[in-house]
Design a protein around this ligand. Structure first.
Ligand SMILES: [Fe+2]
Ligand SMILES: [Fe+2]
Length: 190
């Protein structure tokens, strides 16, 4: 991600790219009838989910510290709680990669490239909330696709992703509510 994107519309600029990146692992999307879980492909996909979750932890942690201004205390607490829940997702996904015989990729080099969500560049409370809402929506969209992809071929991974998805939906809802509370309106049409 080049740093020039941190100007007027920093976070929205690359949503399309991010989505394409998020989809690349399931690009052909073909789950054949004989598919019983292509373990290597599943591990690759989960490495990208792992990176996404790590970036989410970092972004919420940074926001929890950086949030300032009037009525920021409740927002800080919310960011902290989300950071904790994202960290639980990191553990779950890493455990699953390990179960499948892979080695969870925690290498900070290339982390942002592996992730489907961005670290963020927000400089005020409302921008932070917006960034989180966008990141959650990207994660939700991506995870829904993955759940469909895993289908009945890998119910273990699918069930884990369904659990994570539910939490991401709560996160998006929390960010939406905070945005309405702080700006009086939602950011994006449904
Ligand atoms: Fe998460
Ligand atoms: Fe989340």
């Amino acid at each position: 991600m080049d740093s020039k994107s941190a100007t007027s519309k920093p976070f929205l600029t690359d949503v399309k790219t991010l989505r394409e990146r998020a989809r690349q692992n399931i690009g052909d999307g073909a789950v054949t009838p004989s598919y019983q879980g292509d373990v290597n492909k599943t591990i690759d996909i989960l490495q990208s989910v792992l990176a996404t979750e790590i970036v989410c932890v970092l972004r919420y942690k940074m926001h929890a510290v950086a949030a300032t201004g009037i009525s920021s205390e409740g927002v800080k607490a919310e960011f902290e709680e989300h950071a904790r829940e994202e960290a639980e997702h990191v553990s779950q996904v890493a455990e699953r990669i390990n179960q499948l015989g892979g080695k969870p990729d925690f290498n900070p080099t290339g982390l942002a490239t592996r992730s489907a969500s961005e670290y963020g560049t927000a400089e005020n409370l409302v921008e932070m909330i917006k960034e989180n809402l966008i990141a959650e929506r990207i994660a939700i969209e991506h995870y829904r696709e993955l759940i469909r992809y895993f289908g009945n071929e890998d119910p273990g991974t699918r069930t884990m992703m369904e659990g994570i998805l539910l939490v991401e939906e709560e996160h998006a809802n929390d960010m939406h509510d905070l945005l309405v509370a702080h700006e009086g309106k939602p950011m994006l049409p449904k």
